[in-house]
Design a protein around this ligand. Structure first.
Ligand SMILES: *[C@@H]1O[C@H](CO)[C@@H](O)[C@H](O)[C@H]1NC(C)=O
Ligand SMILES: *[C@@H]1O[C@H](CO)[C@@H](O)[C@H](O)[C@H]1NC(C)=O
Ligand SMILES: *[C@@H]1O[C@H](CO)[C@@H](O)[C@H](O)[C@H]1NC(C)=O
Ligand SMILES: *[C@@H]1O[C@H](CO)[C@@H](O)[C@H](O)[C@H]1NC(C)=O
Ligand SMILES: *[C@@H]1O[C@H](CO)[C@@H](O)[C@H](O)[C@H]1NC(C)=O
Ligand SMILES: *[C@@H]1O[C@H](CO)[C@@H](O)[C@H](O)[C@H]1NC(C)=O
Ligand SMILES: CC(=O)N[C@H]1CO[C@H](CO)[C@@H](O)[C@@H]1O
Length: 566
């Protein structure tokens, strides 16, 4: 899944020594008295004639005289390029990196920022598709497992066939944040974007304020879709259903809508499982994502479809869309139209480069109110994968838009197989957010190579980052429960007793809902509270009068005012 940095680790120290004369070591790195700045969400996705100024004024790459300490290793062929030497990086810090990149010697190349630490580990810090003649923005970051006295951050061309590329860098910035600062930024976003202040005005029928009226407020439903994959194992399984409904307001079918399930043999359509699961969804007012119409990975394409070519394949694909959509139009809020098209290209190879665009168009026509999603792994999770860089995702999304797609969405699977790199995750979201499209985390889990405790810790980090990011509109976990367990991570054992990751989810669900609150109106007849977005019931009583009302607390920058008359 992940790309590799083969050929870089050996010889690093030799190279480092050779590089030393080219490098300037800033004396004040990691200055002791550091006033925490706010995270800078700026991102750019256009190639510009001039770079913007560095974020954070360069952060710890800024020297006293305002110049960026940097050296060009123009003599070394190959891997090592402009580099920054960094002293005393710590494992308790979250580092946000950004710079502007231009290349010479070829039109376009994927450039990767890499951090080499003194344990000889190499990490991808960020990527950008750089061009000749204009500047592209690279944004990313890193976290460490252990402190590193001397580290080198360098840029590298990953375009194999290109020889003699020159990489130019400008406006580089490295900004450290403590864990506390990072969490403070998350809390601040949650307070302003996921919650809202409410003022309830209580008056009598003559319009007099009612002072001292009892008010109680109860959140009935949450606005933010937070859910999980479910499997057909939930059908008729009352304990599973109860467990699910106590927690989640959104669902996605793990495999039951996939082509290999609904049409295992040509023309033998079977929607039994999907229909049964949809009944459960409807009966319980759960929101469901449609996953997926097509999947570009040939190994999960029905074997009979793999045998088709040309017009036969085109007509089978058309029937697939028509069959699915005529049955389920309006039932699913999203469709993953063409799953994982950054990694695989089954249909495009056989039907031509416009196949995906055509699928999106046909699906949109057939179900015009559903949002049509791309859905991809290794965009959010890592920057090692050259097939799914944030820039390549953005360019495919733009292609679709230019071809006329209207309701588009960005699906980020979130299958984490390494310790989550939160600064990278946030930087990727910053770039994607510039497109102004809905962003969902669609398949979040932590790989089973980690023990349950570690899975829980990493899951909490990812969920907090996702929920606090203003432009993330929903989060789905990939934790459908089977007798054999789950895909990578379960929340519970088979008897619905929480595993550590289940405890994390339950704790966050509670943290992200408004506790039932009660009090009395003040001297102005007002009762004020701060609530998570969603549906509310308000009960007001005074003397022998009482009333009850419901209201909806939607997104907004202003205080919500509600009048209640007794
Ligand atoms: C790193 O820390 C050591 C020990 O505290 C100190 O001697 C050294 O000057 C620091 N290096 C930098 C670049 O700040
Ligand atoms: C359709 O699928 C269901 C569930 O897997 C199965 O029980 C049933 O036999 C299938 N029907 C046909 C006609 O294959
Ligand atoms: C696919 O084609 C091969 C070769 O023609 C044939 O042997 C096989 O049965 C076909 N598979 C399906 C599922 O149609
Ligand atoms: C990247 O995509 C190319 C072309 O589709 C494919 O050959 C390659 O295997 C993919 N690599 C990964 C890591 O998915
Ligand atoms: C793909 O679509 C674009 C825009 O609609 C069109 O200009 C182009 O000719 C199409 N390419 C092919 C191979 O059909
Ligand atoms: C409620 O209180 C008002 C005045 O305090 C009184 O006039 C009225 O009869 C009461 N109504 C009921 C139903 O007890
Ligand atoms: C990883 C990689 O492909 N690096 C290439 C970068 O460009 C140099 C030439 O400057 C090539 O030698 C490398 O192979």
């Amino acid at each position: 899944m992940s790309g590799s940095m083969r050929g870089l680790s050996h010889g690093f120290f030799a190279l480092f020594l050779k590089l030393l004369p080219w490098l300037i070591l800033p004396s004040h790195l990691l200055a002791a008295s550091y006033e925490g700045p706010w995270y800078d969400f700026s991102a750019y996705t256009e190639c510009k004639p001039d770079p913007e100024p560095p974020l954070y004024n360069g952060g710890i790459l800024q020297s006293e005289n305002g110049e960026i300490p940097m050296a060009y290793d123009t003599t070394e062929p190959g891997a090592h390029r402009p580099a920054f030497v960094l002293g005393n990086l710590t494992e308790t810090t979250r580092y946000s990196f950004s710079c502007w990149v231009q290349i010479q010697g070829t039109d376009s190349a994927l450039i990767r920022a890499v951090l080499a630490t003194d344990d000889s580990k190499f990490r991808c810090v960020g990527t950008t598709t750089a061009q000749n003649g204009c500047w592209s923005f690279l944004k990313g970051g890193f976290i460490l497992d252990a402190s590193s006295k001397t580290s080198v951050l360098f840029l590298q061309n990953t375009t194999n066939e290109v020889d003699g590329i020159e990489i130019l860098v400008a406006s580089a910035s490295l900004q450290p944040f403590s864990v506390e600062q990072w969490e403070m930024h998350q809390q601040d976003n949650i307070r302003t974007k996921r919650k809202r202040m409410v003022v309830i005005h209580v008056s009598d029928t003559q319009g007099n304020r009612v002072i001292g009226a009892s008010v109680s407020v109860q959140q009935l439903a949450k606005d933010f879709p937070f859910g999980s994959a479910i499997a057909s194992t939930i059908v008729g399984n009352l304990p599973y259903q109860a467990w699910f409904l106590e927690r989640f307001n959104a669902a996605v079918f793990e495999n039951e809508l996939k082509w290999y399930t609904t049409e295992p043999q040509p023309g033998k359509l079977n929607y039994t499982l999907a229909d049964e699961m949809l009944e459960f969804i409807r009966a319980n007012k759960v929101v469901a994502r449609g996953h997926n119409i097509f999947w570009e990975n040939p190994s999960v394409t029905p074997s009979w479809v793999r045998n088709l070519t040309g017009d036969d394949l085109r007509s089978a694909a058309k029937s697939r869309i028509q069959s699915l959509m005529s049955r389920y139009k309006g039932e699913f809020v999203h469709w993953d139209v063409n799953n994982e098209m950054l990694h695989f290209d089954f249909y495009e190879q056989r039907l031509g480069p416009n196949a995906s665009l055509e699928f999106f168009g046909t699906a949109q026509q057939a179900d015009p109110l559903a949002t049509m999603f791309m859905n991809e792994f290794n965009v959010l999770e890592t920057c090692d994968d050259v097939n799914s860089t944030v820039d390549s995702y953005i360019s495919r999304l733009r292609e679709l838009k230019e071809a006329g797609a209207v309701l588009q969405g960005i699906g980020l699977e979130g299958h984490f197989f390494t310790k989550p790199n939160l600064p990278l995750m946030r930087a990727v979201l910053d770039k994607l957010a510039t497109l102004d499209l809905p962003i969902w985390l669609t398949e979040v889990d932590i790989n089973h190579i980690f023990d349950h405790q570690t899975q829980a810790i990493y899951l909490e980090e990812v969920l907090r980052e996702g929920f606090s990011y203003p432009f993330v509109n929903g989060i789905m976990l990939w934790t459908a429960l089977h007798p054999y367990g789950c895909y990578e991570m379960c929340l519970t054992d088979e008897d619905f007793h929480n595993l550590p990751s289940g405890d994390v989810v339950d704790r966050l669900l509670q943290e992200w809902e408004t506790k039932e609150t009660a009090g009395v109106t003040d001297d102005h007849g007002l009762y004020t509270f701060s609530g998570f977005l969603g549906e509310y019931k308000v009960s007001v009583s005074y003397a022998n009068k009482s009333t009850e009302t419901t209201f909806s607390l939607g997104r907004g920058d202003e205080t919500k005012h509600l009048n209640v008359q007794l």
